[in-house]
Design a protein. Structure first.
Length: 171
């Protein structure tokens, strides 16, 4: 089996392979059971959010986002926010289901949608942190910090699983 997207992912995997292998030591990251549980839990929570959105209730993560925006800021209408949450919930169900399936079947291609989504979220979190740091100074909320640390930890778990599965492929 060849590396998925070998022309794009092959050169960085070869160039930084030793660093990835050191970072993903077997005792810390890369457990497939963790990734399967993360995928199943993420699918279940996202399905609950999807059901709540379809029934007109507020989603389970509403409190996290209310902390980030002040009450005076109104960026979009309620219908637009509901539609965006509905689209992201459908994509979340797909990504988490593919994560669980990819970790269970040892198929690295199925891990890529979740990895790309997580990488975008981590980059946006870093950008928002840097912009708030320069604009307002450091104001850390424990729930935001915990969310960010857990997102990075989960991403590293899945990336190390992906790295381990890709090493079984031929470059």
């Amino acid at each position: 089996m060849r590396v998925p997207f070998s022309s794009v992912l092959g050169p960085p995997m070869l160039k930084y392979g030793r660093f990835y292998n050191r970072m993903c030591s077997p005792r810390l990251f890369g457990y497939s059971t963790y990734s399967v549980c993360l995928g199943i839990l993420g699918t279940a929570v996202t399905l609950v959010d999807l059901r709540r959105l379809l029934n007109g209730e507020s989603p389970t993560c509403e409190g996290l986002w209310k902390n980030r925006l002040s009450r005076s800021e109104r960026l979009m209408t309620n219908e637009t926010a509901r539609d965006l949450k509905l689209m992201s919930s459908v994509l979340g169900v797909e990504h988490y289901a593919l994560l669980a399936l990819g970790a269970y079947t040892d198929n690295p291609v199925l891990l890529l949608p979740w990895l790309f989504m997580g990488m975008i979220v981590i980059f946006l979190e870093g950008f928002l942190f840097a912009s708030r740091l320069f604009h307002e100074g450091i104001h850390m909320n424990r729930s935001e910090l915990l969310f960010t640390v857990m997102m990075i930890h989960n991403w590293l778990q899945v990336f190390c699983l992906f790295n381990r599965q890709v090493r079984m492929c031929d470059y």
